[in-house]
Design a protein around this ligand. Structure first.
Ligand code: HEM
Length: 446
């Protein structure tokens, strides 16, 4: 079957696979929203690494473990399509995004985008990133408790708009941020129709605001490129005669989406863990004393191994994208079961990051598991997968690493962080892991 021939809804006939669909109609939706890890763990323990389930009005097969991840994500025979799977979640709003493309079409667009993500190009963004983050953190209260989450979210969004679209003195960052937030809100609504006053309608209107802004900017960037993603994309696509202006707009809007919540989630988790483990604040602060000057460059990374273990352990314990979804293009066999054509599959990244056969005491925070002496993540190249793998592996992983490390450097160089006594951080697990009650912290100068 060709990807475009797959019906919009996935195949519901999965009764031959062990598992359960939960309650009639709603399936495991409530459990998933309350504690997706617990539901997944119960399914894994009860039924094994291949199980059927149902949530958000869709039946699917859960797959757990490096072998399953390799089977779905490496996919040399083009058996798994991303577009029909992700379309149910982000279609319409993020039309034309890279994750909504498959096979040769995807390869063509990914090649065109890759230029903007090469390490030397990223190095150029690093300087402005240090400046934005240092200035932003500098506006936060000192020695008094505040909710980190809304401030962090705002800072990262403004920072992303500046580094992705370029520093434009006429840019109304607040207006673009509002438009983008409306799009994010719309991804969470079940009613995907532009009814008056609906979130969906506001989200689609937000998309039009960003589109109109980018349309004007593309010509400017082609004539006068700067150190930003939009310029890199314009230059690269002009040189190769590849992408239309509409393609560039679609890609830029999707990039903003792919980057924003994922990095907000990572930095929230990192800060929460630092509050719980002050010994790691001290270790990182000690390591940072070896950095010359007030900016962290990509060249500095190799001299900061503990920062790298910390970054990797945060993403192991709290992968922002908890699972990767695909649709089977044809009937397949895996783990002794038949997966019919048009089956929705979900590779659980989070469950894999806690498998005791792959990680020593997986429930414990222990960054040293990533040290060269222990290197637990190297037991299998597919057991640590916060950025996915194969054809759709995260294009922004170096950017995400750079942003996280620069943020930690700019924060801990000047402050120690602590949770407000009595504040118990609550976490929303899906669609991405995020603080639910603000993450109340204080900064104390070091
Ligand atoms: C810690 C932060 C991040 C995490 C954990 C993350 C995770 C992921 C994952 C798991 C995928 C694969 C999805 C799939 O295979 O279905 C992905 C794809 C992608 N990510 Fe990220 N991401 C992060 C940050 C970013 C950033 C900062 C950018 C852009 C600057 C970005 C751009 C993309 C793009 C364009 C894709 C689609 C790639 C393709 O379809 O070929 N991501 N990301």
């Amino acid at each position: 079957m060709q990807v475009h021939e797959l019906p919009r809804r996935p195949n519901p006939n999965l009764d031959h696979i062990p598992g359960d669909y939960g309650l009639p109609v709603i399936g495991h939706t409530f459990g998933l929203l309350r504690n997706s890890h617990k539901v997944g763990k119960r399914m894994l323990d009860t039924y094994g690494p291949v199980f059927r389930s149902s949530a958000l009005f869709q039946r699917s097969v859960g797959l757990v473990g490096p072998e399953a991840a390799r089977f779905v994500l490496l996919d040399g025979e083009q058996n798994f399509a991303a577009e029909p799977a992700w379309n149910l979640i982000i279609g319409g709003l993020f039309e034309g995004g890279l994750l909504l493309k498959d096979f040769s079409d995807h390869r063509f667009h990914r090649r065109a985008l890759q230029h903007a993500f090469k390490k030397p190009v990223l190095g150029a963004y690093c300087t402005s990133l240090n400046r934005y983050l240092a200035e932003g953190i500098g506006t936060w209260p000192v020695n008094s408790y505040f909710d980190l989450f809304p401030r962090l979210k705002g800072l990262l969004l403004e920072n992303a708009i500046q580094s992705f679209f370029g520093e434009d003195p006429h840019c109304n960052i607040q207006e673009l941020s509002r438009a983008f937030i409306a799009m994010l809100d719309a991804t969470l609504t079940l009613v995907r129709k532009p009814l008056p006053g609906s979130k969906w309608r506001r989200g689609m209107a937000g998309r039009e605001v960003i589109k109109a802004y980018l349309k004007d900017q593309i010509q400017l960037r082609k004539n006068n490129p700067g150190n930003d993603f939009l310029s890199s994309l314009c230059v690269a696509s002009d040189e190769a005669g590849q992408l239309t202006d509409d393609d560039i707009i679609d890609h830029m809007i999707f990039l903003l989406f792919a980057a924003h919540d994922t990095t907000t989630s990572t930095l929230s988790s990192a800060t929460r863990i630092l509050c719980r483990h002050p010994e790691w604040q001290e270790r990182l602060q000690r390591e940072f004393t070896g950095v010359q000057g007030e900016h962290l460059s990509m060249e500095d990374f190799t001299a900061l191994p503990e920062l790298d273990w910390f970054f990797k352990e945060v993403l192991r314990m709290h992968p922002p994208v908890p699972g990767i979804t695909r649709r089977t293009v044809k009937e397949l066999e895996f783990g002794g079961y038949t997966l019919p054509a048009n089956t929705s599959v979900l590779v659980s990244i989070r469950l894999m990051h806690y498998l005791p056969e792959h990680w020593i005491k997986p429930e414990e925070f222990d960054p040293e598991r990533f040290s060269p002496e222990r290197a637990e993540h190297k037991r299998d190249s597919f057991q640590w997968l916060p950025f996915g793998g194969g054809a759709h592996k995260c294009l922004g992983l170096h950017f995400a690493e750079m942003q996280t490390k620069v943020f930690l450097f700019q924060l801990l160089r000047r402050f120690s962080v602590s949770l407000q006594p009595g504040h118990v951080p609550k976490i929303r697990a899906v669609p991405l892991e995020m603080p639910k009650n603000g993450l109340r912290i204080a900064l104390a100068p070091v």
